[in-house]
Every structure is written in structure tokens, then in C-alpha cells.
Design a protein around this ligand. Sequence first.
Ligand code: PMP
Length: 285
Amino acid sequence: YDDRDGKIWMDGQLVEWRDANVHILTHAMHYASSVFEGERCYNGKIFKSVEHSERLIKSGKLLDMEIPYSIEEIEKAKYDVLKANGWEDAYVRVVAYRGAGEDMGVASNKNPVRMAVAAWEWGAYYGDAKMKGAKLDIAKWKRPSPETIPTAAKAAGLYMICTMSKHAAEAKGCSDALFMDYRGYVAEATGANIFFVKDGEVHTPDPDAILNGITRQTVIGMLEAKGIKVNVRRIMPEELEGFEQCWLTGTAAEVTPVGQIGDYTFEVGALTREIAEDYEKLVRA
Ligand code: PMP
């Protein structure tokens, strides 16, 4: 992705794509002092754009990092990037991080907090699985306790085990991995939340040790508006066997049906298809 034409917003300016570099002594590179957002722009409008900017600022606060831009400035930066690249439909990545500076140790209050915004065209996150149902591996790593790391932050450090788990999953021919949490309950995939259907009701994990995704919250609202009961609760891995349908939600994943988790299989059923279609309509409304 680095050597191509285009514009990226860095610390208040649009720069050439291939010149959007950071110094090797950037604090974030060594200590994961970085938070980010993934957003999608549809027909020229970023879905839940302000909610994403708010979450970025909140993630920064959770990492003891004050992002030196207001919501309005972040909003403008995102649209400036889309306009500069001429995109109406794109994935938008905002990243805020501790830069290089006086401190090279763990403490970094003297180093500036920097921000960048890039966007690129990114189709269906799980490719064909979007129609057929994705196959998920069960990750060997566990989502950590909120007493171990601020799990509500969309922070780089939380993704280390995601990359490792996704590599392991892909090596087994799976599209992604499903994590259990530190207590052993069903948690989330490496970049998406999970939902199950049984006997006409929906079940999804409590958001106490996972990222409470903006898509997750949107889909819960859509289901409730249809009068479908959503049970937000602790889900035991043993329960996977009894669920009839399953899907993932996320900005990149949108609503992606799941066909298999480990040895358990699920049908791409009517409700899964209906929610996927409704979500597609909603983001373009
Ligand atoms: N969980 C994780 C670990 C993620 O990376 C994401 C993607 N941001 C999600 C859930 C879904 O969040 P959202 O719907 O806000 O994109």
C-alpha cells in the first residue's frame, strides 16, 4: 500500500501517499501507543462518522493520550482525504499515536500526539464468504480482562493477538478466528463482533471484554425495531452447537454470515440474509 499515487492527511496537511512516513523512533512503533478507527464511506457519506471520531478521542483518553484535534477537525480531515482522492465509496483509517520526541522510554508525555487519515477502496472484507458463510477457527489466544488492558479502546496493542490468530486461521483455510475471553466466554472475531440465532431469538456477547462495535450497536437496534428479542449475555462455547445461524458485524465486515466455527456448522438463514440486506440499505440511505 505504500508506493502509490494519492493523498494522505498527516498532522494537518495533505501529503503525497508515498511520502506519508514516520520516524523509526516513533513511540507508538516501540510501545503500541496508538489508537485508530476504521470507517466506511458510502455514496460520499461516512456511516456514523461522528460516532467513530468520538470513539477515537475516547480510545486516546483510555491510553492517557489527548488527541490534539476536535471532532469537527477530525471530520474535516476525513472528508478532505476522500475529496483529495476522489472517492465516494472507500474505507477510511484514522490513526492517532505518540510520535518521536524527547522521550524514548516508556513514559512519553513530552512526545507529540500525531494523527493521520488515509482512505482506500476496500471491497467485501471476507470475499466470497459474504454470500456463502465464513469459516472461523477458534483462536488459541483469549481476549484479555478489562483489568489487564483497556478493552474498550480501539488500540493497536489489542491487535497483536488478532494478527497471530488470523494467521493461524488462514493457515487452516479459515477466514478468521473467534476468540473466547479471559473467562472462557465467547467474545469476538479478530476485527468483528458476533451474533447467533436460535428459536427466533438473537444472542450476542456482553460488551464487557470486547470492542462494543458501532456496527454491533446498529444491528441490535435494527433487530429490536423488528421486534426480535436480542439477548445480550455471557455465551458459553458449549452453546455453539445449539445455535442455528451466526453472523459477524463490523465496519469492514459489514454483516457477514458465518457457516462454520471449528466443528460446528450454521445455515445462512433468512434472518441472517435479511439483516445483511437491511444493513446494506441503511448505510446507503
Ligand atoms: N471487534 C474488533 C476487535 C474490531 O477490530 C472491530 C472493528 N473495528 C469490531 C469488533 C467491530 O467494530 P465496528 O463495528 O465499530 O467496526
